[in-house]
Design a protein around this ligand. Structure first.
Ligand code: ADP
Ligand code: MG
Length: 605
């Protein structure tokens, strides 16, 4: 007897399902692509709890007749592959496995009507089997299809476990629908959600004549107003869309939307190449906004390399990628004068900074062990050689500013390179990264201070911040966490939020810019920080840690700005009260200590 058996069809489709659909957003992708292939111009998507409880798509496309509705759900059935020419497929689907896969791992209700009949065909599947089928009459000449998917992965619990929280799945769905809206401006998309018994439109993109109008609808006014248009022909290729001016960017690639021959795809290599075209105009870890539509000969593109069809390969690889990046480079050069220059650097003379820093930690939180390590100067005071030493420093005069002795006795000698403080502490020369040090202080303040009411300062008037739909949703989904740390936000329009209060020592001349930066940074992080694993040695969970790290980073004295010795003294005093003074929240060192013995060794004394 043979040990090798053929897998039952059901198992095969369940395995296939795992590759095609990992999460609700993939289901939506498949269903919406089918609607587009059926020539729909209105597609209504409704989800429940981030799509975890239900995904529903209804379109006004050509519909399915009585026989086709059953066939559509069989494995490897498609109406889209003609003459076995897999290379020449013009539609979005062609594998004929999406519906079969979805049905095999969930409960699917499909209803459809074609225009030449008044029959509405209804069919329900559970785990791939037909459990209900009937026909009713609708007196209209319309055609439409609706598909409702519930109980996703109910029969494959392991896969169910891989699903994330509703907030994460919701964000992916919003991204997916945003991408569709940007790829098909003339199709009307609506995304609604029922969550905790509340019904809300998450995104609406009416049918528009121009892509820019859609960008305005779904990515917001800030993005829409900082773009450069792209419209070019490169041999047999057509490239159109928008790229951001270098002053508009994000900390990740979340606002890079590529469409190649009508397909929603990613293409890392192309995206990186385009980014490199920005050269030094863009900061190192900054990613531009891209909304690009590329079309070329079907035979030059391999669409069949990814189960979710979300990646493609250019067969004529290098040339087209190089050509596109060259196009972007010249376009940026031509538009160079349009770029708004950053404002002149203002020195930090911030009095409030100093005041607030005074109450950052109460005295109880003083960490004796650290202070012990850094024996205070007071001990040494009065000894003759010490007075001499001070004299010498005065003569050397590092900067115009007076040296300042901090509460902990450390002497601040000055600030060099607009970055590092130079300090003297009991036979040790210190180089302090002021930004990193201040960030650590603020990080621990947040970490300890979630209960403090003083954490928040009310703004006289709420500030409205324009964000892309997906970014906005993430911030709103986490507004309770943000509130705990003093940042109070509420829902504005589909592409904006309102800020009501900020953490107490956030930039006092609170410009929309700095608060916007921190929010974008937090939104970017929330996009990745999918789980809430606790971080070692912190009472905060991963989400909280990420938020706090960003709030403290953006709310700290910036690198590259002059700082007074008084402010540095405060920072160092507070730093030495921290639990973990030696690194900032990102793990970068705060202080470089050079003991006298090391220096003597270096100078061979
Ligand atoms: P593929 O899209 O690769 O053909 P699918 O499993 O996604 O495979 O769909 C199978 C078939 O069902 C399609 O080829 C199409 O004929 C039909 N179909 C699916 N969804 C719709 C829809 N919304 N409207 C009309 N026909 C549809
Ligand atoms: Mg399909």
């Amino acid at each position: 007897m043979s040990k090798i058996i053929k897998l039952p069809t059901k198992i095969i489709s369940q395995i296939a399902a795992g590759e095609v659909i990992e999460r609700p957003a993939n289901i939506i992708k498949e269903l919406v692509e089918n609607s587009i292939d059926a020539n729909a111009n209105k597609i209504h998507i409704q989800i429940k709890e981030g799509g975890l409880d239900q995904v529903f798509v209804r379109d006004n496309g050509s519909g399915l007749g009585e026989n086709d509705i059953v066939r559509a759900f069989e494995l490897h059935t498609t109406s889209k592959l003609y003459d076995s020419q897999i290379d020449a497929v013009q539609t979005l689907g062609f594998r004929g496995e999406a519906l079969a896969s979805i049905a095999s791992v969930s409960r699917v209700e499909c209803k459809s009507k074609i225009d030449s009949s008044q029959d509405v065909n209804e069919i329900t599947f559970e785990g791939g089997d037909v459990v209900k089928k009937n026909t009713r009459i609708e007196k209209s000449n319309n055609s439409w299809t609706s598909i409702k998917v519930t109980g996703l992965f109910y029969n494959t619990p392991v896969r169910r476990k891989f699903l994330k929280k509703a907030t994460t799945e919701r964000k992916r769905i919003i991204d997916m629908v945003t991408h569709f809206a940007l790829t098909y401006p003339d199709i009307h998309f609506v995304l609604d959600e029922e969550s905790q018994n509340k019904y809300k439109t998450r995104l609406e993109s009416p049918s528009r004549k121009s892509l820019l109008a859609v960008i305005f609808d779904v990515l917001g006014s800030d993005i829409a107003s900082e773009l450069i248009v792209i419209d070019a022909k490169l041999n047999e290729w057509q490239i159109s869309g928008y790229i951001s001016k270098p002053n508009l960017f994000r900390s990740d690639r979340s606002i890079q939307y590529l469409c190649i021959n009508g397909r929603i795809v990613r293409h890392q290599e192309l995206q990186k190449k385009i980014e490199s075209s920005y050269g030094s105009q863009l900061m190192k870890s900054a990613h531009p906004v891209l909304i690009l539509n590329i079309s070329g000969p079907t035979s030059a593109i391999d669409f069949n390399i990814h189960p979710q069809k979300s990646e493609i390969r250019f067969k004529t690889s290098d040339t087209i990628i190089t050509d596109i990046s060259e196009l972007i480079r010249t376009t940026l050069d031509e538009n160079a004068e349009l770029v708004t220059l950053p404002k002149h650097k203002q020195p930090i003379t911030d009095k409030i900074e100093t005041q607030v820093m005074d109450d950052l930690f109460d005295d109880k939180s003083t960490r004796d062990n650290i202070l012990h390590d850094v024996v205070s100067l007071n001990q040494a005071e009065g000894e003759p050689h010490d007075i001499e030493r001070k004299e010498n420093f005065r003569q050397l005069s590092l900067s115009d500013s007076q040296t300042v002795v901090s509460k902990t006795g450390i002497e601040i000698l000055g600030h060099v390179m607009d970055k590092f403080a130079l300090a003297y502490a009991n036979e040790e020369l210190w180089l302090v990264d002021v930004h990193a040090a201040d960030e650590r202080v603020k990080f621990e303040y947040y970490e300890q201070g979630t209960q403090r009411s003083a954490l928040s300062q009310q703004l006289l008037q709420p500030i409205s911040i324009s964000l892309a739909t997906g970014e906005k949703q993430f911030i709103i989904d986490h507004k309770n966490e943000l509130k705990r740390f003093g940042l109070n936000v509420s829902d504005g329009s589909e592409t904006s939020i309102l800020i009501h209060s900020t953490p107490v020592y956030f930039d006092q001349d609170i410009s929309d810019l700095s608060i916007k930066k921190v929010l974008l940074d937090i939104a970017g992080f929330l996009g990745e920080a999918i789980d809430e694993d606790p971080i070692v040695e912190s009472p905060l969970n991963k989400i909280e840690y990420g938020i706090v790290a960003r709030l403290s980073c953006h709310g700290s004295i910036r690198s590259g700005y002059p700082v007074s010795n008084e402010v540095i003294a405060k920072v160092i005093d507070n730093l030495l009260k921290c639990k973990n003074p030696w690194t900032c929240a990102h793990g970068r060192p705060t202080i470089l200590r050079l003991p006298k013995s090391r220096l003597e060794g270096w100078f061979r004394r």
